[in-house]
Design a binder for this molecule. Structure first.
Ligand code: URA
Length: 224
């Protein structure tokens, strides 16, 4: 794993470093590094898994079918793609869209960590198992994690299903993402705070309790 990139002071600078990254084997087959896109001052930072074919070709995250659904669901909570920041766990496409391997995720972690530090969002939204398990440091699957807002290093983390799962799984999965995104809307509107999660989120996520909003570590320790 590379260093922390703490010395890098902007997303633009970090993206230049990432553009020539050869820290793992994914660099061998990529067409483009898919660093991230959106507002550098976003309140909401979304973390997917890794680029697919179209993302690899265009160098931008979530531009394929999953991305279209993501954009639609964001608009339903009055957020455009340009207002949020979108990144992935791995910045280069795994061949034939296979799952990213632990060593590849490990090699790419410093980029995501620094992206989160630089954007400094109020809410991190993790899409699917890879980003949710990585950031929450858990082996618990997304079906059990979702539906809650976790207090996470002074911000909120809202895990939800990956839009690709909604494309496969249909309306129920899509509606679950909608419910989680409504939670995101409530957080950025200031209708939920760390002190009072219970009352406000009851109708959206009945299982949320203050005890469940646990402080969890970023990649195994406090941000460096
Ligand atoms: N799926 C992801 O996880 N990320 C992308 O950028 C595209 C599809």
């Amino acid at each position: 794993m590379t260093g922390s990139y703490r010395h890098v002071s902007s997303l633009a600078e970090l993206s230049v470093i990432a553009a020539s990254c050869t820290e793992c084997a994914l660099s061998e087959e990529r067409k483009n590094v898919v660093f991230g896109s959106g507002s550098p001052d976003a309140d909401v930072l979304i973390v997917g898994e890794g680029p697919g074919q179209q993302e690899d070709e265009q160098g931008l995250p979530f531009v394929g079918r999953s991305g279209q659904l993501l954009g639609k669901l964001l608009l339903e909570i009055d957020l455009s793609r340009d207002e949020v920041y979108i990144a992935n766990v791995v910045k280069c496409r795994p061949p034939r869209n296979r799952d990213p391997r632990p060593d590849e995720i490990d090699a790419c972690k410093p980029y995501l960590r620094r992206q989160i530090e630089l954007v400094d969002p109020a809410v991190v939204v993790t899409l699917g198992n890879f980003s949710s398990k990585l950031l929450l440091r858990t082996t618990t699957g997304i079906s059990r994690l979702r539906g809650l807002a976790y207090e996470w290093w002074g911000r909120y983390l809202v895990p939800t299903f990956h839009p690709a799962a909604a494309l496969r799984g249909g309306d129920r999965v899509t509606d679950d993402i909608r419910a989680d995104f409504r939670l995101v809307r409530m957080i950025i509107d200031g209708r939920i705070s760390f002190e009072t999660p219970q009352a406000d989120v009851d109708d959206v996520v009945p299982t949320t309790t203050q005890d469940e909003c646990t402080q969890m570590g970023l990649f195994g320790g406090p941000p460096q």
